[in-house]
Write a protein that binds this ligand. Sequence first.
Ligand code: TXA
Ligand code: MG
Length: 313
Amino acid sequence: MTIRLAATALDQAAALLRAGELVAFPTETVYGLGGDATSDESVAAIFAAKGRPRFNPLIVHLSRAGQAERLAQIDSRAALLMQRFWPGPLTLVLRRAPRCPISLLASAGLDTLALRVPAHPLALELLRAADRPIAAPSANRSGRVSPTTADHVMAELDGHIAAVLDGGPCRIGIESTVVDLTGKTPLLLRPGGITLEELERQLGPLAAPNPEEAPRAPGMLASHYAPSLPVRLDASSVGANEALIAFGPDAPKGAAETLWLSKNGDVDEAAAHLFAVLRALDRPEFTAIAVMPIPEHGLGRAINDRLRRAATR
Ligand code: TXA
Ligand code: MG
């Protein structure tokens, strides 16, 4: 049985983490499935709970940027981004420090480490109370959409983890941006809560990973975030048996059910609703989920990335 803890039971959640148990917790992006990042057993338990392939490395969460130095090699670009965007929805992939105490399993055998300081007050309090780096993928079963409420976490992982700390719905609703700083040119491995525009203002142009190479962020398989129903993108009309994800004031009529990402066409609001709406419409009475076009700017880029993956099967 998975226990649901109120925000006031934070100390209990921290004690479970210190004892090596798994605890899901809210961040500003999505709920994370946390475990002690220095313990091979806890990290292995995370993979088991998610049903996740072993080769997919995990993000390690810290309560302060100052803790990163002991764990990874920080160059001037990393220092700049940490200073500008932490706490916040940015994950940096860096080389592991020589005596890095983080479980090698969290790096999935790579010599790199993904680090982030989340901007959710409850997450930061939990990280401080747990008093160790916490490895946390999104708290969903492998291949499913990320949870943005404690109810979503329960629907995914009840019985597989010790507890979920309930902090209400996540503010941003889409995962962190992942930037790889291990090479000469910074690579955008995953669009997310910090926009490409914001990053390029600090760093200059970022490159996209070479699709010919093995994926640098192995979690970014083409087919990921998959609902059970087929997803049809760029819909301008809709069938009577289809569910519709609408964006903006003018949605086509005739869908079996319509849910809006944002009625007034706000991409930030749309990101916050994306995963809850995908989840709510993924029901066997529909033949497919049709999605109206979302503009490719700001968080729209991350939304379209997730939708393209949801549509690939
Ligand atoms: O917003 C988020 O980032 C959430 C919250 C809980 O922090 N976490 C999250 O974790 O989305 P996850 O495991 O679902 O996605 C982590 C992504 C994956 O695409 C993974 O492959 C990539 O980060 N990643 C992690 N470590 C990496 C590494 N060493 N090298 C390259 N990519 C890495
Ligand atoms: Mg995930």
